[in-house]
Design a protein around this ligand. Sequence first.
Ligand SMILES: Cc1cc2nc3c(=O)[nH]c(=O)nc-3n(C[C@H](O)[C@H](O)[C@H](O)COP(=O)(O)O)c2cc1C
Length: 201
Amino acid sequence: MPPTAAEEAERGDRPAAAFRTDEFRSGRPQIVGPDTPEFPFPIALAGQVQRGFGRGGKDLGCPTANLPDKSITPISSVAKTGVYYGYAQVIPPEDNTDLRQEDIQVLPMVMSLGWNPFYKNKCLTAEIHVMHDFKTDFYGFEMRALVLGYIRPELDYTSREALIEDIEVDKRVALNCLERPGYQACAKNPHFSLGSSLRVL
Ligand SMILES: Cc1cc2nc3c(=O)[nH]c(=O)nc-3n(C[C@H](O)[C@H](O)[C@H](O)COP(=O)(O)O)c2cc1C
């Protein structure tokens, strides 16, 4: 059994890649995992969106919502580091006037849990990229997420372009995975706020 993300954090070591990044990258499957979520999934996360280093949007064209450390425990205590897929929802405060109705739906997401080896981070982070065109940011708002499956390990890339390319593959893989009926049903999980005006996109 590989160590969980929390065990890695406790030991203070960073796992050496067990394979070569180039070898892993060639011929990636377009769909992964079983037809319905299997243990330890689904894993429910919730927390106030924090600012990260801002590199996701600026460097990678992939803005991410960082979750606070304490809200990561439900996944870091049972799962290894890596890239995951699932659903997420932004819950705005009652006086919100910025987010539109389409921004507060249950939306597909990809999540990176780990040390961002390409950027040599010192802390374990969980960063969620929601696959949706938000017109405004939502720092400080609550985010709820249901993690439904594992895509791949974190890799240490030799170029930013390679990381960007793989994130694009991750997004396609996530959408393919979520199309399966056993996963679509999870968008209606009571973890999400499912008022009558909310739809699954
Ligand atoms: C789907 C996805 C996959 C990622 N895969 C990797 C990876 O394999 N290696 C890595 O170093 N960082 C990976 N990242 C993390 C990005 O490096 C990170 O989100 C980016 O640095 C933004 O962080 P910041 O908001 O703290 O600046 C991934 C992020 C996403 C959303």
